[in-house]
Design a protein around this ligand. Sequence first.
Ligand SMILES: [Zn+2]
Length: 131
Amino acid sequence: MGYYLKCVCGYPFNDALGYEHQSIIVPRVDAEDVDNSLCEDFKAFFRAIANGRRDTWVREIFPEPYPLDVDDADVLNDLVQRHAFSRSKRLLHCPDCGRIHIQLQHEHSLYRSFVREEPGHPNPQSVEPKH
Ligand SMILES: [Zn+2]
């Protein structure tokens, strides 16, 4: 079964195991752009509805096979998904060893991993502070 990251401890992150240990993060510098472009798309969508161009507008944004007979609320939700996820990165929290893995770039498979620091945490690779 394919996975997109295997933790150092061996835990295999993949979508088949569900999303319980996965989060989506959007960098603050990108969040404002996401908000602005989302607001622009919302305004354009409502303008298109008012002008009787709804389906044409939806088709410009969402190519086939996106259905045109979806509710307006679904279109708005899909716009949110489209904008938010276009800048998002995965944050994976290993349920076995507590490591955090942060995807370095959207749609890329490189991750940076962080080990838990709490004293007494049973992590064989934790390093004692130098001071
Ligand atoms: Zn692990």
